[in-house]
Design a binder for this molecule. Sequence first.
Ligand SMILES: [Fe+2]
Length: 274
Amino acid sequence: MRQALERSGALLLVLPAAAAAALADLKTRSLALFEAAAAAKAGFCDPETLTGYRRVGIEYSRVPERPDLMESLSYCALYRRRLQARAEGAVHQAWLAAAATAAARIDPLLCAVMAGLAAGYGRPWPADDGASPFALASILQVNHYTRRLMTRALLQDSHEDGNLLTMLSADGPGLEVAAPAGGFVPVTPPAGQILVFPGQIVELLTGGAIRALHHRVARDPAIDRRHSVMYFGNPAPGVRLTPWRGPAGLELSAMAWANPRRYGLPLIRSDLEL
Ligand SMILES: [Fe+2]
């Protein structure tokens, strides 16, 4: 695990059948919601946490004049009841249930990768009490790109993620990752597999031995629509993370909770849990 991420910057994992089924169901439920009337989508958003539906925005773009050209749906277990309060019909309810299931099926993979990394660096992690240190504050996000919105060559500008690890599946080309020799190379996880790549917090956790993988999303003229799902791994409230290597004293959990602000999103706050 450690060597793979230090050398190649990303991993491909085979999805267990239950996780693949959960992602397939989430795609069906997400497309139903993205194709719903604008008012039905706009109402399914918690304004405090920005979970639920978000229209085309500036999440990863460098300047407001270059918004990311996709719609998205986000789920965080910490805020589930807040979003539940905004769910008004069967399409919303079905999406929430599908998102919760998908997050619960993917989280064990995140736990396994983090446990493997900890072992690789000789660190005890985590206490084996059966509870995930990530499930509560990790964010599941579904991005929906359509031809109508794909009006530029780059749909998301280059960026690093501000979390521990990102786990990504997609049904078509578009993702490009920074190559060690420079430039970007296209990477599309094959069906039934999920791409795992490091964010800033794993880079700081490992003292830079594992580097955050810069990535972007480019338009492929051959496709009319692209659907991707990301699971952004974050430490849950109360989980303390300090560097395994390198400078001590960094409170990495606090950084992870504040990092969504870098992308125009609210920071992660346990006091917003209903
Ligand atoms: Fe990203």
